[in-house]
Design a protein around this ligand. Sequence first.
Ligand code: SAM
Length: 200
Amino acid sequence: MFTQYTFHSFRIGLVTMILVMAVSVAPAQVKGSAASKNKANELEPLNMLVLGDSIMWGQGLRDRDKFRNVTYVKGYIEAAPLPDGVADVVISNGVINLAVNKAKVFREASRLLGPGGRFAISDIVTEVQLPENIVCNSTLWAACIGGAAQQDNYCRAIEAAGLRLVKVEDNPQYQFISDNAKGASRKFGVKSISLLAVKP
Ligand SMILES: C[S@@+](CC[C@H](N)C(=O)[O-])C[C@H]1O[C@@H](n2cnc3c(N)ncnc32)[C@H](O)[C@@H]1O
């Protein structure tokens, strides 16, 4: 069965299998903030693989809310224990900035997609290259700032992985919380973007 889905403002199109890179929360959140079992049933046709380094909490919520088509796979987004071309769509929200080797993550996304597959993500990037004292600050890394890549380099790495960029949009509504993070955000242009790329 095919289902029509969107991510951010991007129309994803017809989908049978979606791969989520690292989500720690309920499948309901990914499937459209559906909290009730009824909603879960409406969304049932979508097959979803959720790849992450910590999956137990999500598995528990999946079982509680009876999402039957969601499979959790324990692994790293840099080296997924999944076959080539397994997904029509790979989505990820606020995770890739935490990966030290982003080029490797993008190569994995490309490998996991079949021809014509979509890579639709939101992530944190920067306007200017972060200095070493920010990159080496573990608190800022955990706040999704220290690991953020410069936007042009980020996009180039996606294309180098064999994906064609279709659209990149800023998410100005995304705000950092702590004063430290807000300061770094202002100084280095740290921001949230959403991006759509296609595997030719
Ligand atoms: C900032 S949270 C992302 C939030 C997520 N989008 C959600 O809605 O829950 C980061 C998540 O990615 C996982 N993670 C971080 N680095 C990872 C990696 N290299 N491989 C797999 N999972 C990773 C963390 O365990 C955590 O669950």
